[in-house]
Design a protein around this ligand. Structure first.
Ligand SMILES: [Cu+2]
Length: 226
């Protein structure tokens, strides 16, 4: 894998995100080598030499224009190519959210993530809601919808292993979703400088096997979940 230094991907759409990242990486790396390579060749080839006077160059309008226009067109073509490949991935993550009966409300505030489950009645702001601090529990292999809100400033909900990052804005509810394929414990930092305690604003995503998740739910709501 080209970007092997990235954290392990456990998200259903993570491969698509990594594919776009790889494409951008290859395109920019190739462009870097071409431009810096040309620059170095020119620096060495046309360096100052003893006894050789500098050439008097008067300029050539069309050749100079071509030097500007052709690289511009090339960069635009590469840009549209990346956009063309990236747009469906964007739509999959940000627009076409899958239907699911598991909706979790995440409220960011300086400097914690408050994670609220609607409880057995499936509705928020009722007596059986439960709120956890800096812990999200989800079952593996099931789409989960996240309703993101902020109580104070702009935060950024970031799950590197899920390839999911979404700014959280005060006064707005923004939806995100994830489908984690592999059970485990994954970091949830805040990725937007949000104040003095920003660097300590970190939660965890616990992805459970289906049976373990049911057990966790029973522990939190002993009365059962309809
Ligand atoms: Cu924050």
């Amino acid at each position: 894998m080209l970007l092997s230094w990235l954290p392990e991907n456990v998200s259903s759409f993570g491969r698509d995100v990594d594919g776009i990242l790889s494409l951008i990486f290859v395109v920019t790396l190739a462009w870097f080598i071409v431009t810096i390579g040309t620059f170095l060749v020119f620096v060495i080839r046309y360096r100052r030499r003893e006894g050789q006077p500098a050439a008097h160059v008067t300029g050539e309008r069309w050749r100079e224009a071509a030097w500007i226009v052709l690289p511009c067109v090339l960069v635009l073509v590469l840009d549209f190519w990346i956009d063309f490949r990236g747009a469906p991935v964007w739509a999959k993550i940000k627009v076409d959210r899958p239907e699911t009966d598991l909706v979790i409300r995440v409220t960011a505030k300086q400097f914690t993530w408050l994670v609220t489950y609607p409880g057995p009645d499936g509705r928020f702001d009722t007596d059986d809601d439960r709120t956890f601090m800096d812990e999200i529990h989800v079952p593996a292999g099931k789409p989960v919808q996240l309703s993101l809100q902020s109580q104070d400033v702009i935060h950024s909900f970031f799950l590197p292993n899920l390839r999911l990052k979404q700014d959280v804005l005060p006064g707005r509810t923004i939806f995100a979703w994830l489908d984690a394929g592999k059970p485990g414990k994954y970091e949830l930092p805040c990725a937007q400088l949000c104040g003095f305690g920003h660097s300590g604003m970190k939660g965890w995503l616990f992805v459970h096997e289906a049976g373990d998740y049911e057990r966790w739910v029973k522990e939190q709501w002993p009365g059962g979940r309809s």
